[in-house]
Design a protein. Structure first.
Length: 255
């Protein structure tokens, strides 16, 4: 199973939080009080925080580790709130275990990316044998979060990412390469009868255009763009992120 943190609320509903690459349960500090009405499950993905990598990082293996954790806590259905790389994990889990997912809140979605970032991903992967992984991560963080108002988000993720081993970082980089071919993923996501909400920052220059295209392709989903905000909207503009996500969770599920 995965390392996790639980916060019990007054509502029987569960909300599961999935962080991005280099993150951990600590990524969601700004959400705990705001979501206190719900039962909260914060997960450390394999190779992050206190979760070890016990098998090869594959879609099936990651999905299974999440499912085993849900089963341990007797959680049959939950809303999922995910950030960055966690949005891919959440979508992949929903595709394999649709009956376990009530809705998806996808912050800083990376499900669909533009040509510039695809080239950057490929270049990073090619450099993995020549450049230390922590340097590569810091460079990626600087590209994704370049502005002064992104500094806090960048520092938090770089700090957590430095705790990752080289093997963990590149295993997840390999996992994330699947977003280079996202058309099939989007088509499958469109077929699910699950509520979906995308929340992105207006300054998320690497992923916003792809998110907008993804929303148009899926059709029946929500999109909130937070002004003057970068990629890690759940930290940089936590209050706005929380208000919109909670409002979305209050909406009825699809019949």
């Amino acid at each position: 199973m995965l390392n996790y943190e639980v916060h019990y609320g007054t509502n029987n509903r569960w909300v599961v939080f999935l962080h991005g690459i280099g993150g951990s349960v600590k990524t969601w500090k700004k959400q705990i009080d705001a979501f206190k009405e719900y039962n909260l499950l914060l997960l450390d993905l394999p190779g992050h925080g206190e979760s070890e990598i016990k098998t090869k990082i594959t879609v099936k293996a990651v999905n299974q580790s999440i499912k085993e954790t849900l089963d341990e806590l007797h959680i049959k259905k939950a809303d999922f709130v995910a950030l960055s790389l966690g949005t891919i994990v959440a979508v992949r889990f929903a595709l394999e275990y649709p009956t376990c997912v009530r809705s998806l809140v996808l912050g800083g979605s990376v499900i669909n990316i533009d040509g510039t970032y695809k080239k950057l991903m490929k270049l990073t992967y090619k450099l993995k044998s020549f450049v230390p992984h922590h340097i590569l991560y810091q460079l990626l963080a600087k590209v994704i979060l370049p502005k002064r108002n992104h500094t806090l988000s960048r520092r938090i993720f770089v700090k957590e990412a430095l705790k990752m081993s080289k093997a963990s970082f590149f295993a997840w980089l390999s996992y994330s390469m699947q977003i280079l071919h996202s058309e099939e993923l989007i088509a499958k996501l469109k077929s699910l009868k699950i509520k979906i909400c995308f929340i992105s920052g207006s300054e998320d220059r690497c992923f916003l255009s792809g998110t907008i295209k993804c929303v148009r392709k899926i059709g029946q989903c929500n999109l909130k763009i937070i002004k003057n905000c970068g990629h890690v909207c759940s930290i940089e503009k936590a209050q706005e992120f929380n208000v919109y996500a909670l409002k979305f969770l209050e909406q009825p599920a699809f019949a």
